[in-house]
Design a protein around this ligand. Sequence first.
Ligand code: NAD
Length: 299
Amino acid sequence: MQFEPTAGGALKIDGRRTAKDVRARIKTDVSALLADGIQPGLAVVLVGEDPASAIYVRNKIRACERAGIRSVAHRLSADTSADALMSLLDDLNADPTIDGILVQLPLPDHLDTDAVIAKVRQDKDVDGFALGNLGALTAGQPGLVACTPAGVMEMLGRYFAQIGESMSGKHAVVIGRSVTVGKPMALLLLQANCTVTVCHSRTPDTAAHVRRADIVVAAAGRPELVKADWLKPGAAVIDVGIHRREDGSLCGDVEFEPATQVAGGISPVPGGVGPMTIAMLLDNTLVACRRRRRDVAHP
Ligand code: NAD
């Protein structure tokens, strides 16, 4: 698979095509496990009726089915008690047929998100949000890596392979420091031997940092924050943000069209990081299954 140029000249770092490729590889790997009598299983827990969350959950379940992964959705009412949710998580933690557990966020206000994340067994935490998995990433040890940053790394890896360059030694600027995106992203780039700068809402002049970046990962959650004149010519730009404009169209954290005339490669919104996040969830489920059931498959 090769990324094609955009009208502006930059290569389109196409998440949809990359995700398709990753999903095809996962399907083959799942078939091999099935031949060993093992079917990876993912449990998705949704509390409440948030419409966006319901769509995310539906997409995740559908992606599992297509990959041959067994999925079980637990849809709980918005007034579900903490005890009831924790008891369900106990059951899923103990269920040998479940390899991955994903609790769709955000949770209703009366539930303690940190406590819920902490309840999920670390080796089934396919979201990679558990403290143990964040710690493993920080220490450079095997764990489960948060899906969105993992997807960004897959896209960047393919882009740099295509242009015949290494990420090692590149200056990467991550805009955003959330526990789910910015921080793990910075750690993964560091693991790939980039020199990493993290900008956030208190950074006085984010543009000045971005101008020195060979790699920009925009995850600020601010529509079209990053302008074309912030970019170093030839930079690789991955746009994690996703926003709906008043006219109903979608945009990211980067002003896409003008940026395509300056960047060397850029991911679009939609069709960029979004599809990769789901593909990496499937991958994490497969990884979790292999690790936990390795002894069963190959006694
Ligand atoms: P968040 O709100 O938790 O974090 C945003 C971060 O950006 C914060 O650390 C903040 O300090 C920083 N920030 C805010 N304004 C800034 C500014 N003007 N300059 C520099 N830094 C600034 O958001 P998040 O959960 O990390 O998500 C970020 C974006 O990515 C959102 O648009 C979200 O919808 C999107 N997202 C997309 C996917 C996907 O699968 N495509 C997954 C997760 C998040």
